[in-house]
Write a protein that binds this ligand. Sequence first.
Ligand SMILES: NC(=O)C1=CN([C@@H]2O[C@H](COP(=O)(O)OP(=O)(O)OC[C@H]3O[C@@H](n4cnc5c(N)ncnc54)[C@H](O)[C@@H]3O)[C@@H](O)[C@H]2O)C=CC1
Ligand SMILES: O=C(O)C1=N[C@H](C(=O)O)C[C@H](O)C1
Length: 269
Amino acid sequence: MSTAIAIVGAAGRMGRMLVDAVEHDAAAHLAAAVDRAGGEAVGRDAGELAGRGRLGVTVGDDPAAAAAAGDVVIDFSLPEATEAVAAACAAAGRPLVLGTTGLGEAQRSAVAGLAERTAVVHAANYSTGVTLLTALVEQAARAIGAHSDVEVIEAHHRHKVDAPSGTALRLGEAVADTLGRDLAECAVYGREGRTGERDRETIGFETIRAGDIVGEHTVLFAGDGERVELTHKASSRGTFAAGAVRAAHWAAAQPPGLYDMRDVLGLGG
Ligand SMILES: NC(=O)C1=CN([C@@H]2O[C@H](COP(=O)(O)OP(=O)(O)OC[C@H]3O[C@@H](n4cnc5c(N)ncnc54)[C@H](O)[C@@H]3O)[C@@H](O)[C@H]2O)C=CC1
Ligand SMILES: O=C(O)C1=N[C@H](C(=O)O)C[C@H](O)C1
């Protein structure tokens, strides 16, 4: 059986990659495509936008119609779309694979509410490599985190609108949780001026925005006389799209709940 997939944010960098990934997957097909109301993509063919030629799926602006048409919804758009997409998935009883980063409290709460009714996979990064990196970072934090200065460094393309990246925040959270710290209290975002000496309990974040960098993350554990750096570099958005489509197949068979990419890959907690 082929999984019918509805894509929100279909005209974006990730949306176009997702259309391509779905159409490359013999076990899936594109059922609906949605983008921003009033945007120039609405009314165009989603396949043509993705450079794949005509697919016969017109980009719409109604998440409710898209959710009803698909077995699963994949949303990589903007936080402004999240609450409407969650409501559409709840009304249609459809699982959601959410890749959008930079969510605020209201959007997180909408996602948590949806997860009581359907399966929701929410990951800041759908690549297998970053899922592994997160596990390795937890291992490093357990071994040397309490005696190290921990810094998270990320680099992305010039078009990215949120900072630090969702992945960087997730990596920082993984360190904080492992060390029994509260990230909201120990995070330091960039430094400037007369900062004073570094407090070992803090977790620092540095952001680079430049050119067409797809996505790079390093977690640095620095002590006296040595340091450990764990790095992941994505060289194609195809890796995120492939992971999201894999998550969509997986989510279609899950009971309600909030999951992440570790669950999808069967790596446990
Ligand atoms: N979880 C992951 O693995 C990854 C997550 N991302 C995240 O995905 C999101 C999208 O990234 P890009 O594709 O690079 O951005 P983009 O700006 O190229 O695409 C976003 C698309 O969403 C559309 N959009 C905006 N408001 C909308 C609304 N209310 N309803 C429907 N569509 C709407 C825009 O018109 C645009 O076509 C970002 O939050 C980014 O951080 C990106 C790559 C990987
Ligand atoms: O906006 C992007 O491009 C990316 N966003 C995600 C994030 O914020 O972590 C994941 C990936 O690094 C690409």
